[in-house]
Design a protein around this ligand. Structure first.
Ligand code: FES
Length: 404
């Protein structure tokens, strides 16, 4: 009996000592203490050591843009850290250029707050407006892309620069793809992909960034191009939450937005431009093209757009009309995998290759243009590599890389 009692006491003592040790180690690594974050040299906020900077700022109502829910993939949550941030992490490298790393730019969703911090965030974070908008139109542009038009509340006006984006915030929701209205033209493709089996839900609000696709002159509406984010086939991963929710919307539904954000805007109105896009990367480029044409630019605007097949191509008539009526605007489409019944007689191949063949190679003036790129990550990577290889200076390549 004494042996059993003694053993019990020893084991209990060991467990208590071990748990105390674990707590000490945890405290040493992630001290449960409050540190301070000095924002833009003026506002001091408390933050719990161990929290992510993105969350710490959000809890003080400083809502940085986020297009990936803190996964470190969209690159929208950038801040500049001037003191206390430690070294750039491997998980940030993919979204930061060497110059940004040298300047102290960090991804707030990856940075763990450990000590007092001094940071700078874009002023637009404080000036962004918040609206509850009404869906006035939702239409399919291709099997997996919808154009959604939002109207601002009565008397409200939204001022933005072409190329800017807004953040869309969902309520907690659940939706089934089988309840979606699918355009007759694409019903067969939806059946082939067996999309009606999918469903998605979120118990919390979700926020994602989407470029504004309409002309800046229309201050009452915000037009978004939404690509339904599907999981890779043969996986059990869920579809994209916010794109699914946006696909489920119908006229008169409400959408919470904030903005405008972003610096993917025309940097020099006196230089000619080449715009290269794919997928819903069309959105900011379309807004830029309309703005430039309406401002009566006397500079060249060359728009190159890549799609897989004809069914993925939209706004064709609109850009054909613009090209016919404006001598400074040209546009070229290339299909990478035209379907047999597309009867496509235009360019074939990847769009960066078409730009190289038709515009870059042998052109002594190529370095006098500014290059604006928006589209899927692979397309952007290939296009940027091609431009750099052709000797185009980094300072004249602008890209918006959060097509999601
Ligand atoms: S929220 Fe930080 S990279 Fe997307």
């Amino acid at each position: 009996m004494n042996t059993i009692l003694l053993t019990t006491i020893i084991i209990t003592t060991l467990v208590v000592l071990l748990s105390l040790l674990v707590q000490q180690i945890r405290r040493a690594l992630l001290p449960d203490r409050v540190v301070s974050i000095l924002v833009n040299h003026s506002r001091e906020l408390p933050a719990h050591a161990g929290s992510k900077l993105l969350d710490a700022l959000a809890s003080e109502n400083i809502l940085l843009p986020s297009g990936c829910a803190g996964a470190g993939t969209c690159g929208l949550c950038k801040v500049t850290v001037s003191a206390g941030g430690g070294s750039v992490l491997a998980t940030e490298r993919g979204r930061l250029s060497d110059t940004e790393c040298e300047r102290g730019v960090r991804l707030a969703c990856q940075l763990t707050v450990r000590d007092n911090l001094e940071i700078t965030v874009a002023e637009e974070v404080f000036t962004a407006q918040h609206w509850n908008c009404t869906v006035t139109s939702s239409r399919y542009l291709s099997p997996l892309i919808k154009e959604i038009t939002l109207e601002l509340p009565a008397d409200a006006e939204f001022h933005f620069d072409a190329g800017a984006y807004v953040q869309v915030t969902t309520p907690p929701f659940a939706c089934k793809f089988s309840d979606f209205h699918v355009d007759d033209r694409y019903r067969e493709q939806w059946q082939q992909m067996n999309l009606s089996r999918l469903s998605v839900q979120s118990k919390v609000a979700e926020t994602r960034a989407y470029s504004i696709a309409n002309d800046t002159q229309d201050k009452r509406h915000i037009v978004l191009l939404i690509r339904l984010a599907l999981p890779p086939q043969s996986t059990d991963l869920p579809p994209g939450k916010v794109s699914s929710w946006l696909f489920s919307l119908q006229n008169n539904d409400q959408v919470e937005i904030s903005g405008p954000f972003g610096d993917f805007t025309v940097h020099d109105h006196h230089r000619p431009m080449v715009l290269i896009g794919g997928g819903v990367g069309m959105a900011p480029l379309r807004a830029i093209i309309h703005q430039q044409i309406r401002d009566n630019t006397s500079q060249d605007i060359r728009f190159y757009y890549g799609a897989r097949s004809l069914t993925d191509l939209f706004f064709q008539q609109e850009f054909d009309r613009l090209a016919q009526s404006n001598k400074h605007f040209t546009w070229t489409v290339a299909l990478s995998e035209p379907a047999p019944n597309d009867q496509w007689s235009g360019e074939r191949g990847f769009i960066h290759e078409i730009v190289r063949q038709q515009f870059i190679d042998g052109n002594p003036h190529a370095d006098q243009y500014d290059y604006y790129l928006c589209g899927p990550p692979m397309m952007l990577k290939a296009a940027i590599a091609m431009l750099k290889q052709a000797g185009i200076d980094d300072a004249h390549i602008y890209s918006d890389n959060f097509e999601i």
